[in-house]
Design a binder for this molecule. Structure first.
Ligand code: GTP
Ligand code: MG
Length: 195
């Protein structure tokens, strides 16, 4: 994808009405701090257009980034952030579920998991929600630069087994530091979901 222009077009909080977009949407889900906003920046060739933070819980809204006025990359709020109240966690969960359920233009959901760790209970719940809404989530194993190359296959197996992935599910290892995996993600989006 040649990026001609990007624009944070819509920001939705827990009480917002979700937009009825007419262009395709590709969404990115995952636990807080897993690297969703960093991935979206890498896909847009921007350093810090999507806000990134070392403090988890940065993205608390659904952010729609318009790409070339052609499609949207959708940054979902991170789940599993310990420091927010139970009430807030429930509301974010409901917002994500509402998004998955009611977005008519949603073409694909990518679920991000840190390549270093076994998936959490929340990751499994998220995976199942996505599947229940009729999508085949693609897994992005983030922070690839943090492990040795010799560990990659083993960690992919940990992800596959921990999430009980549907056989044939694609896992793409990715690093926002080296941008490894970026082109593969765009190829997949363009070839499988935008045509
Ligand atoms: P929330 O908005 O809280 O849900 O987090 P997020 O999933 O958007 O994560 P974000 O992109 O803000 O990244 C969180 C932290 O991880 C930041 O300090 C990033 O610099 C770091 N990070 C993200 N991706 C990578 C990566 O591929 N490699 C390394 N080494 N660090 C990364
Ligand atoms: Mg974020």
């Amino acid at each position: 994808m040649v990026i001609k222009n990007v624009n944070l077009e819509t920001v939705c909080g827990i009480t917002s009405v979700l937009p009825k977009n007419t262009k395709p949407e590709i969404a990115f889900a995952g636990k807080s701090n897993v690297g969703k906003s960093s991935l979206i920046n890498a896909l847009m060739n921007r350093k810090s257009y999507a806000r990134i933070s070392a403090t988890p819980g940065k993205t608390q809204t659904i952010n729609y980034y318009s790409i070339n006025d052609e499609m949207y990359l959708v940054d979902l709020p991170g789940y599993g952030y310990a420091k927010v109240s139970e009430q807030e966690k429930i509301k974010w969960g409901q917002l994500i579920e509402r998004y998955l359920h009611s977005s008519a233009q949603l073409k694909a959901v990518f679920l991000l998991i840190d390549i270093r760790h076994a998936p959490s209970e929340n990751d499994r719940i998220m995976y199942q929600w996505i599947v229940d809404q009729g999508f085949h989530p693609i897994i992005i194993a983030t922070k690839l630069d943090k492990i040795k190359r010799s560990q990659v296959q083993k960690q992919m197996k940990v992800l596959r087994e921990g999430l009980k992935l549907i056989p044939g599910t694609t896992i793409i290892p990715f690093s926002s530091q080296t941008k490894q995996g970026r082109d593969e993600i765009w190829d997949m989006v363009e070839n499988q979901f935008l045509n």
